[in-house]
Design a protein around this ligand. Structure first.
Ligand code: ADP
Ligand code: MG
Length: 262
């Protein structure tokens, strides 16, 4: 089924219970992502970007309360109604994820080729040999050199930038329709950041995967995304095409973020 939008988030409202109080951290957030589009969510630290992203993947902590009026439709299906088991299938296969810290998402005791090929074997009916061949293709796609040798190395044998490429390879292993990248370059050196962003752009072009890119850095979304959602204190303060928002921001908050671009 091909719906008009790949992802539709409507009136997303999330609170956390701490002690005996309920604190609302995401309030009436709505945005959507078309097929093959790259959308950025930008906002200062604490604006509710990561909580919104985790809610799409159903990865919120136990103290989170998602309001009943919230809707998250992926390819026409309501994700908030999915069971944990169904969500596990969707994560990794239909929606890939990349987070800030490349080490926390990797298994330090497993060779990286195996980490990528196992992901493929878990979600697709591939033989070990087919999965390994596909893993090597993806390692090549994400720009890991000497794939045949590197396939049998462990995460600690890679630099931070290369580890982030491995994470991207795992996220792409099953050709997801959507890639959610939450501050994918924040922990990296500036030159490596630029390389990873170029890689994501290149992958978007080659595979047509939609990307939801989350960052506090306006420069990054302006460079990468067709549409931008600006968040502040749990709310969407402004959204539109990157051109519109970059050239004629309406809100003072957006203007301040723009002024902070180095
Ligand atoms: P951002 O990603 O935009 O920096 P977050 O989405 O991580 O912001 O956080 C939004 C708000 O929600 C912050 O005030 C944060 O402290 C709060 N928050 C996040 N996770 C939890 C949690 N598990 N329990 C309570 N508060 C949380
Ligand atoms: Mg965050």
């Amino acid at each position: 089924m091909l719906t008009e939008k790949l992802l539709q988030v409507e009136n997303l409202k999330i609170s956390f219970s701490t002690g005996d109080s309920l604190l609302e951290v995401v309030s009436d957030v709505s945005f959507d992502i078309g097929h093959g589009k790259t959308v950025g969510i930008v906002g200062e630290s604490g604006s509710g970007k990561s909580v919104s992203a985790r809610s799409i993947m159903k990865l919120l902590e136990n103290n989170a309360v998602v309001d009943e009026g919230s809707r998250i439709r992926f390819n026409g299906e309501e994700l908030l109604e999915k069971t944990d088991r169904e969500m596990r299938k969707i994560r990794g296969k239909d929606i890939g994820m990349i987070f800030q810290d490349p080490m926390s998402s990797l298994n330090p005791t497993m060779k990286i080729g195996k980490q990528i090929s196992e992901t493929i074997q878990i979600h697709e009916k591939a033989s070990k040999k087919e999965a390994a061949a596909r893993a090597k293709e993806i390692m090549h796609l994400v720009g890991i050199p000497d794939v045949d040798d590197r396939f049998n190395q462990y995460p600690h044998e890679f630099s931070g930038g290369m580890r982030q490429r491995i994470i991207i390879a795992i996220a792409l292993a099953c050709s997801p329709k959507l890639l959610i990248a939450d501050e994918p370059t924040t922990a990296l050196d500036v030159t490596i950041q630029a390389q990873i962003l170029e890689l994501l752009k290149d992958i978007q072009k080659k595979t047509g995967t939609s990307i939801l890119l989350i960052t506090h850095d306006f420069g990054v979304v302006a460079n990468m995304c067709e549409d931008i959602v600006v968040m502040n204190k749990g709310r969407v303060v402004e959204k539109g095409s990157t051109m519109e928002i970059f050239n004629s921001p309406k809100e003072d908050y957006t203007k301040r973020l723009l002024a902070a671009i180095p």
